[in-house]
Structures are given as C-alpha cells and as structure tokens.
Design a protein around this ligand. Structure first.
Ligand code: SAM
Length: 472
C-alpha cells in the first residue's frame, strides 16, 4: 500500500503506485488539456508530484517539449542564477564486499588493483586537489567493514579538513559511502560532513536484488531507508541518485521523485541534491550488457524535468558525461559539476599505469580544472567554489528557505564571486584570470542590495591583498 509518510521502503516506494503512475502517464501523454494543466502548475515554480512529472516525461508533443525546456531554464535562472558549483571526488578505497554487477569494485573482480589510501597518501591527494583550486570534495569508498570501517572514514575526514597548504583548504567534505546505521550517521554528522550522498542505483526491488546478488547492499529495504536513518541522525543535507541504465528510466524517475516526496513529507525537507549518473565502461564492466541505457535526448529531458519537479534541489553532473553532454544540460538545471576528476584510488598524485587499473569508471571529461573554469565562464556561467551555506548552518530547511526567499542574488551570488576571485588569485592561468576579472566586475554590479554590494566590493579588494575565506 502506497504511503509517502511510511518509513517502510516498500510503502513509500510502492511498486503498485509506480505502475499506476506509468499507466496514468501513458493514458495522458497525448492529452493536451492534461499536459497544459500540468505545465501551468509547473509555472508556479513550486514543483510537480511524481504523477504529473511522469506525464511530462512520457509526453512527446514537440511544442510541449519546447515549453518544458524553456521552463526548466527559467527555473534554473530564478533559483540558481548562473552559478555552477565545482567539486571533485576523492576515492579513498576500492575494497568492497558487495557483488554489484555494474561496478568494478565487486568482490569477485580479481583484475582490478585494490588500494586503500593511508593518511599520508590522503594528505598528498588533498594537496594536489588544493593546488588545482578545489575547496569541496566528495569522498568515495567501497563497502568493507574490515578495510574501510567508519573509523577509517572519520579519520580521513579529519585529515582532509586539517590540511592547509599555501592558501588551499577543503571547506566541505561530502560523503558517498554505503548505507549504514543511525549511530554511524551521527558520527559523520559530528565529523562535520556536508551532504551525505547515496545513490539508490534502482528503485525496482526485483532488479535491485538481482544486480546486488551478494553482500550487505543486497538488502533493498536497508539501502532504500538509509536517508531516513541519516536524517534521524541529524544529517539534513542528503543527496539522492539513480544509476541510469539499470532499469527503465520512467520507472526510476517516478521512484526518485517519490523518494524526494517521502523525505519532504516525513522530515520536512527534501533532498539537497540529485545526481544523474549513467553506467560507464569500467574494468570488467561493459555498459552495453545493460538493456536500459538512455540516449542523450532522454538524459536531457530527465534533467529538465528534475529541475521543474524539485526546484529547490541542486542537480549534479559528474565527469561520467562528456563536455558536449554537460554543455547541453547545464542550462537545463544543473547546479554542480565535478572538474578534473580522477576515479582511481590515489589518482591525483600519480596517474595509474595501464596494468594497475583501480578506476571506478572511465571519465569522459578529462579537462583540467582551469579548462573547466575557463569553459564555464565563456558559456556565461560563474564558476563557484562556495561552501558558505553549511558553514553558516544553512542546511536542510534553512537552505530551502534561502532558495525560496530568492535572496540568492544577495548571498550566493557574491559568495560565488568571492570564491572565484580566490581561485583567480591563487590558481588560474592567465587567460582564465583575465576573463574572470571582467566577470567579477560585472557580477558585483548585479548585487541588488546596496549594503551587500558594498561589502562584496570590499571583500574582493581584500582578497587581492591576500586575505581569504569571506562569506555571506
Ligand atoms: N560504495 C558506495 C555504495 O555502496 O553506495 C558508494 C560509492 S560508489 C564509489 C559511487 C557510485 O558510483 C555508486 O553508487 C554507483 O551508482 C556508481 N557506479 C558504480 N559503477 C559504475 C559504473 N560502471 N559506471 C558509472 N557509475 C558507476
């Protein structure tokens, strides 16, 4: 029985409700009256429920698709402006006891080099990341209670926050580790993490169990209920995601929105971010072995509809996607991207020799961070290294309130300009610096509140004199 307030996975992600939703979408996808009514709702910019959004996903009427894309772009502009937040993943360990059939970390894979970073190796990785200009990391690890216990993860977080190299600093550590207990989530919260990210992989229970045949991750309910445990432990920024390619995308999309609705209904706050990874080639993994791969067109449609359906939720695109695909979806609602990522354990310090592959997946966008920053600015975006919200306690519903009050131009916008200025001073190439300085000059003039504008001008000046880490 479907119940969005239930704490049982099979009730808040009800298979029956998803099937009925897909049938409803099929019945109505060509009904212009229904589609127009849903689009009118979407124009209120307060989001759509999973049924409404599923109708739009099924709809193929060309002019309606144009309206969907235009609206996604408008909502993106209204809530996020033209800022794009940058981050990098840091792979700590690829030891894993699970049997996930799409992931090269799976226990039976003997051809992958197993690695786990020591604290000294982490120091070197983090210095390499700081020297590129990164301020925000997402740490990643396989699930292995012996090799990667929670104590190891906590020690790593502590090490990462403690490294101050030149003007470098990692100011926000997001965590992508396997589902765990309330007690462990409390420890992560105390360690000062930003977002806790856990991809559902698939919302389809039978498929989930089939592609996670062995190991603790096999337990669908334990995995699906993880965000409730994280929130119970006080982590109010959580990141959802589906690994597209495993199941039919319309099923996943409905499940993803139902999960977001569930978090809002039970905890009063929806997901902080949604990621949209697609399966990639990796050591021993062939993406074409999975039947449900989605085209770039469908991928773009999904991104636009996530933007429309959950306007207050950030959207993340990783380097799994190529420059071209990223360019296509940036304006449809993406708010965060990774740059210069290495998905191998220890890969930032030393590129791996071919025979020692420890990568989680092949990266499609191999540009340096400076190239990514430069590219973003040429496309009209402000690359942001901001980490202010969670350091100012604006997490969960307080972040949502900021978003809803549209104070972003007086707060996030100057924060983006100030952190970009730090980047330009400390790490940028010559051309990037030139473009960036002009962008900042124009951006400062766009701050509506006179007091905020004056303060931002003063901070930008101070940054050029060597001061760092200002924030609103
Ligand atoms: N081990 C953690 C867990 O169990 O949730 C998560 C860390 S894993 C390093 C991060 C994510 O990478 C996974 O949740 C999965 O969605 C994704 N991933 C795994 N294999 C992949 C592949 N071949 N291509 C693209 N993404 C993949």
């Amino acid at each position: 029985m479907y119940n969005e307030k239930s704490l049982k996975a099979e009730e808040f992600i009800s298979d029956e409700e998803i099937r009925e939703t897909l049938a409803y979408a099929d019945e109505n996808k060509d009904n212009r009256e229904v589609v127009d009514r849903i689009l009118a709702n979407a124009r209120q910019k307060k989001g759509l429920n999973h049924r409404e959004a599923s109708v739009l996903l099924a709809c193929e009427i060309p002019e309606k698709l144009e309206e969907i894309y235009a609206l996604a772009e408008q909502i993106k502009k209204d809530y996020y402006g033209n800022r794009i937040v940058l981050f990098a993943p840091l792979y700590l360990s690829n030891y894993c006891v699970n049997g996930c059939v799409y992931c090269p970390y799976h226990l039976k894979n003997k051809s992958i080099a197993r690695k786990k970073l020591t604290q000294e190796e982490i120091r070197r990785e983090v210095i390499a990341l700081q020297d590129m200009g990164h301020k925000r990391l997402a740490i990643e690890a396989g699930e292995d209670p012996v090799n990667n216990p929670i104590e190891y993860i906590l020690e790593c977080i502590n090490t990462i926050y403690g490294i101050k190299h030149k003007n470098g600093a990692i100011r926000r550590v997001n965590v992508n580790i396997a589902a765990t207990t309330v007690e462990n989530y409390r420890k992560l919260k105390e360690a000062g993490i930003g977002t806790y990210i856990l991809f559902q992989e698939t919302y389809h229970k039978e498929t989930y169990e089939r592609i996670h045949p062995t190991g603790p991750k096999h337990d669908y309910a334990y995995h699906t209920e993880a965000m409730d445990r994280a929130m119970e432990a006080g982590i109010d920024d959580v990141g959802l995601g589906v690994l597209f390619g495993l199941e039919r995308y319309r099923y996943e999309f409905a499940g993803l929105l139902m999960h977001a609705e569930h978090l809002e209904a039970v905890h009063g706050v929806g997901p902080h971010t949604i990621s949209v990874p697609r399966i990639k080639r990796a050591e021993g993994i062939d993406p074409s072995a999975f039947d449900n791969g989605i085209s770039d067109d469908i991928f773009a449609k999904i991104c636009a509809l996530i933007r429309i359906s959950v306007p207050y939720t950030g959207m993340i695109i990783s380097t799994r996607e190529s420059r071209e695909v990223r360019e296509r979806v940036l304006h449809l609602g993406v708010s965060q991207i990774s740059g210069a990522s290495k998905t191998s354990v220890g890969g930032y310090v030393e590129p791996e020799p071919e025979e020692e592959n420890s990568q989680q997946f092949d990266v499609s966008d191999n540009r340096t961070l400076d190239e990514v920053v430069n590219w973003l600015m040429k496309l009209g975006y402000i690359p942001s290294f901001c980490t202010a919200c969670y350091r100012e306690g604006r997490t969960g519903d307080r972040f949502m309130a900021l978003c809803k009050s549209m104070q972003i131009l007086n707060c996030c916008h100057p924060n983006a300009l100030m952190t970009l200025k730090e980047y330009l001073e400390d790490y940028a190439g010559e051309e990037t610096r030139e473009i960036g300085m002009e962008l900042i000059a124009r951006g400062l003039e766009e701050i509506p509140n006179p007091k905020a504008k004056q303060t931002a001008y003063a901070h930008i000046h101070d940054i050029s004199k060597g001061k760092r880490d200002f924030r609103f």
